[in-house]
Every structure is written in C-alpha cells, then in structure tokens.
Design a protein around this ligand. Structure first.
Ligand SMILES: NC(=O)c1ccc[n+]([C@@H]2O[C@H](COP(=O)([O-])OP(=O)(O)OC[C@H]3O[C@@H](n4cnc5c(N)ncnc54)[C@H](OP(=O)(O)O)[C@@H]3O)[C@@H](O)[C@H]2O)c1
Length: 339
C-alpha cells in the first residue's frame, strides 16, 4: 500500500510517499480501499511535532477516510465487500488502504461522493458534538466560533443554521468573509485588524455571548470567558496558537501555556459559567456516541442541511502543498488528499 509518511518532525518537506505491504483485517475489522481522506489541522500540528496524541515519526497520521470495503473479517456483520463507506481511523488514514474496526465504519449515502464523504467525519462530528451534545444549542443563542472559515468552522456555521434565530460571530481573515456570509455567519470578524473581544461587545450591546467555541487556546480562552454572559459556556477544543509558521517554537509554546486561564468551580458557580472540553481523539471508548452523531449528520446531509465546503483536493504526492495550504492559512473549508 501507499501512504503519506511523516518521516520526522519538521516543515512540509519531511512528508514522503512510501510503499509498504498491504495490511490484513484483524478481528472485527474491515479493510477499506481509500478513495479520499481528510487533512485536518491536527495532522499539520503532528507534522510539526506539536500534537502529543500522534504516533512518533516515522508514522502515518490521518483520522478519516472514504472508500470501498475490499476485505471483511469473518466476525463482521452488516458490512460487505464492494460497499461504499466512510470511517474514523485512529491514525494511518493518509493511506490508500486501511483496516478499521467495523463499529467505526458507516455506509455512505449513494449520492455522496468520496471527496465530500471524507470531509464529514472529523469536522462535522466535532461541530455537532459541541453544539448539540455538550452545549444544547438553543434558538436565538449567540455563538462565537474561531477559525470560522476552516473545516470545523464552516461545519459549525452550517449546523447553527438548523436552529432558528442563532446569531453567529466568526473570526477569519477578511478575504474569507464573503464565504462566511454564504455559510450563514451573521457577523464575520477580521481578527487580524480588529480586537474581536471589543467588536463582539459592541455588536452585543455589551451583553456578551451564550457560547464560545475556542480552538485557539492559551490567552484566547481567557478572552473568550470574558465574553460570556450569565449561563454562558466556553468549549475548548484546540490549541492552534501553539502552531505558527512551519516549525515548533519553544518560546511561543511557553508564552501560550502561561496564558491558559486558571479556573475554580467556585468562580464558575458565582458567574454561572460553564467551561467544557471536547477532544474527539479521546472518545474512542464512546464509539456509540460517535456513531449516533455521525448517523444524525448523514441524515442532515440527505436533507440538504449540511454540505462540506471543499477547499482543494491534493494527490498524495502533493501532500506537502496540502499541509502548506493550511499552515499558511489559505484554505477556505476542507483540504482533502486522494491516493
Ligand atoms: N478537539 C477536537 O476534537 C477537534 C477536532 C477537529 C479540529 N479541532 C481543532 O479545531 C481547529 C480547526 O481545525 P480545522 O481542521 O477545521 O482547521 P482548518 O480547516 O485547517 O483551518 C485553518 C484555518 O484556521 C485559521 N487559523 C487560525 N489560527 C491559525 C494558526 N495558528 N495557524 C494556521 N491557521 C490558523 C486560518 O484561517 P484565517 O485566515 O481565517 O486565520 C486557517 O486557514 C484546530 O485548532 C483543530 O485542532 C479539534
């Protein structure tokens, strides 16, 4: 099989396509001939050596694939060779062949293509899980999402549209604001030229927000909490602030880590605030939740309520360019790799 390897921590040039023997499905697994796989911010951080969950290089990362089942272990029921599927993979997804436990594999709707299929699992599960399981999104809620023009960001905006009257604030570079509006963002904010905290205060008449979805981390968690009104909630789900440029910087790491707010249950009680954490990569023991949420998402796709915005599709040989596209903040929506 062919796969995109991270040969060592570093810039995009450390990526290489290598050939190894095909894996065989183990107990309860199916093997998938991959047609497309999603590239996520986490995998860009893994390449930089900034993602502690990732296997040590040399390694193959990748959390999600879409393709066709080409071998099935005898214990598996309900999935068969030739079926079009999408799957969550615990690393190893940036390959043309993967073996996955059957419970993490779902049949794809007939008219969903592989590129869009590969763009659904991680981004939409993260968005759905935050909005509807952890946050209980209500009509008229005010929601701020960072990295709003990225994969998770656009998924959040689309899902917010399914609840009446939700007002969304999204931070992104100015050039991406037209797309944010298309995706339903009420108030795009250019965080590069204006202070988003001041802008949100102004737009809400000083009242603040019901929900902050923060994937930036460090000092931004503190700033997000400062924007919550009573009964407001911040969900921490990423630490993109650790990643700037193509390589790891210890100075930056330290600066961001010391900016993380120190919270006490007493303080949160007094302010009626909730701070929650979401990490899909640590939910493997709750595949039941992930399956239920992914099934709901495929229903929303069938209804036309969600549609992944594909930024660009890169062949494996151009994986370095795909990583650069995200690292240099040029993507609008999802970057997808194809074998
Ligand atoms: N906890 C979980 O389970 C989970 C799951 C998936 C993703 N995440 C997190 O969610 C966030 C978004 O992930 P994604 O895959 O949707 O991202 P993405 O599509 O790769 O979004 C990248 C965009 O984010 C913006 N950005 C802001 N800060 C950045 C930085 N330091 N470096 C590069 N780009 C930056 C840039 O747009 P602008 O030009 O607009 O700045 C860039 O184009 C990440 O922090 C990721 O780790 C968490």
């Amino acid at each position: 099989m062919r796969a995109v390897w991270i040969t060592k921590a570093g810039g995009p040039e450390v990526l290489a396509v290598r050939e190894t023997p095909d894996p065989q499905p183990g107990h309860g697994e199916v093997r998938i001939a991959v047609r497309a796989c999603g590239l996520n911010f986490a995998e860009v951080m893994a390449r930089q050596g900034l993602y502690p969950d990732a296997p040590k290089p040399p390694s193959v990362v990748g959390y999600e694939v879409a393709g066709v089942v080409d071998a099935v272990d005898a214990e598996v029921t309900g999935l068969e060779v030739g079926q079009r599927v999408l799957a969550l993979v615990r690393f190893g997804g940036h390959a043309d062949t993967v073996c996955v436990p059957a419970e993490r594999v779902l049949p794809m709707p007939d008219d969903l293509d592989f590129i869009e299929g590969a763009a659904i699992p991680v981004n939409y599960l993260t968005a759905y899980h935050m909005l509807f399981r952890v946050a209980n999104l209500r009509p008229e809620a005010r929601v701020l999402v960072h990295m709003a023009a990225g994969g998770v960001g656009t998924a959040v905006l689309q899902l917010c549209r399914t609840v009446p009257g939700v007002v969304t604030f999204g931070t992104a570079s100015a050039a991406k604001h037209a797309v944010l509006r298309e995706e339903g963002c009420t108030h795009p904010i250019d965080y590069r030229t204006e202070d988003y905290v001041a802008r949100v205060r102004e737009l809400t008449g000083g009242e603040g927000l019901d929900l902050v979805l923060d994937s930036l981390g460090g000092r931004d968690w503190k700033r997000g909490i400062s924007l919550l009104r009573p009964v407001g909630q911040l969900i921490a789900y990423g630490f993109a602030n650790l990643s700037t440029g193509e390589r790891r910087s210890y100075r930056r790491l330290l600066g961001q880590l010391t900016g993380v707010p120190l919270l006490t249950p007493y303080g949160m009680m007094d302010r009626n605030h909730t701070v929650s954490g979401v990490n899909l990569g640590h939910l493997w023991e709750r595949t039941d939740l992930l399956r239920e949420e992914l099934t709901a998402l495929l229903d929303l796709w069938r209804e036309g309520a969600i549609k992944p915005r594909i930024d660009q599709v890169f062949p494996f040989e151009e994986a370095a360019a795909a990583h650069r596209r995200i690292g240099e903040r040029r993507n609008v929506g999802k970057v997808v790799l194809v074998p």
